[in-house]
Design a protein around this ligand. Structure first.
Ligand SMILES: NC(=O)c1ccc[n+]([C@@H]2O[C@H](COP(=O)([O-])OP(=O)(O)OC[C@H]3O[C@@H](n4cnc5c(N)ncnc54)[C@H](OP(=O)(O)O)[C@@H]3O)[C@@H](O)[C@H]2O)c1
Length: 320
């Protein structure tokens, strides 16, 4: 952990990641960017029953897109689906029950799904910050399994389907918290030292940004972006960071504000004109490192991340 990085990041966050930061940035948005008809396009959104994912699903459904909600809890997912259908008047909203922390479930879903459906846009939104070191049934640390491996497997398994269509996009909801972290590929399961859920989460979010850059250079047919939604008032922030949530009352973004750049990256023509692989905040590509933060990784470390994830993914594919 670097005290310098954490302090610089928090001061930056108070200015940019809050509701006030959003309102200042929104003055420069082009409103017409989101005047789009998305009918005929298919959007797979993980964690679409709550928070930023649900707000993004709502905005996309209102513009006519077909929504595939990938969620772990049937009751929560169906309740959110009913709300989205009612508000958007769009019946093309479907629920798929998948636990993103279960590698074999993710493989099974994505492989079946891509055989029978079209995918224009994948939004990797589901995420968690688990504050105790917990293992999944597959023996993987839970933050890593959900945020990094789940994202890696669903993206890899849907890649052939994404490559079959025009203007396909993958958006990964990372976090500005990743700016506090340098890639650590030697301890992906957080086995060494004292476990810190906030740091584990931020490390996963750094990994998502690096994966996005790597995918962009490997798969030119698909447009990739990662993004930071800002600090939005969602169930995850309330339950995983109660102290922060209480301190920031009144200054947090709404879920819709948090979802704005997700929707823009998924839907706007202007977004697809940006180079692939960048990290966005409030509809603008932004730096992936703080000044003087020494958080850059080497190409070898990044290559190793991909190799290790490929090995994990292959291991669980056998059982799907
Ligand atoms: N809110 C912020 O200020 C903020 C800031 C930076 C980044 N983010 C990122 O934004 C994304 C959305 O979070 P949020 O703030 O909108 O929180 P949220 O309302 O709690 O949404 C998180 C979603 O992810 C789902 N999810 C978590 N683990 C899952 C699993 N194993 N399998 C399937 N779905 C799973 C949750 O499902 P359940 O409802 O079943 O729990 C929920 O639908 C996350 O990636 C988060 O890291 C948020």
């Amino acid at each position: 952990m670097s005290i310098y990085r954490n302090t610089v990041w928090f001061v930056k966050g108070l200015k940019e990641y809050t509701r006030g930061g959003y309102e200042a940035a929104a003055k420069h948005f082009t409103p017409d960017d989101l005047q789009v008809d998305l009918s005929g396009r298919s959007f797979v959104i993980t964690g679409a029953n709550s928070g930023i994912g649900k707000a993004a699903a709502q905005e996309i459904a209102s513009r006519g897109g077909t929504i595939h909600m990938v969620c772990r809890n049937k009751d929560r997912a169906e309740a959110a689906k009913d709300e989205i259908v009612e508000q958007s008047k769009n019946q093309n909203v479907h629920v798929h029950i998948v636990d993103l922390s279960s590698a074999h479930q993710v493989w099974e879903f994505a492989q079946n799904f891509s055989q029978n459906n079209t995918v224009h846009v994948l939004i990797n939104n589901a995420g968690c910050m688990v504050n105790q070191r917990e293992l999944t049934e597959e023996g993987l640390e839970k933050n890593f399994a959900t945020n990094t491996l789940g994202t890696y497997i669903i993206t890899t398994a849907l890649m052939p389907a994404l490559k079959k269509v025009q203007d396909s996009r993958v958006i990964t909801v990372s976090s500005g918290g990743m700016l506090t972290q340098k890639l650590n590929v030697d301890d992906l399961q957080f086995e060494k030292g004292t476990f810190d859920g906030t740091m584990a989460y931020a490390q996963n979010k750094r990994q998502q940004v690096i994966l996005t850059e790597r995918w962009a250079s490997q798969h030119k047919e698909v447009h990739f972006s990662s993004m930071h939604p800002g600090w939005a008032d969602t169930p995850a922030v309330q339950s995983s960071m109660p102290g922060f949530h209480a301190k920031m009352q009144g200054r947090l973004r709404t879920e819709t504000m948090g979802a704005d750049t997700v929707v823009w990256l998924a839907a706007a023509a202007a977004a697809a004109k940006q180079p692939s692989g960048l990290f966005f905040q409030d509809r603008k590509a932004v730096a992936t490192h703080l000044p003087l933060a020494s958080s850059r990784s080497t190409p070898q470390e990044e290559e190793k991340l991909l190799q290790v994830l490929e090995q994990f993914a292959a291991k669980f594919k056998q059982f799907s």
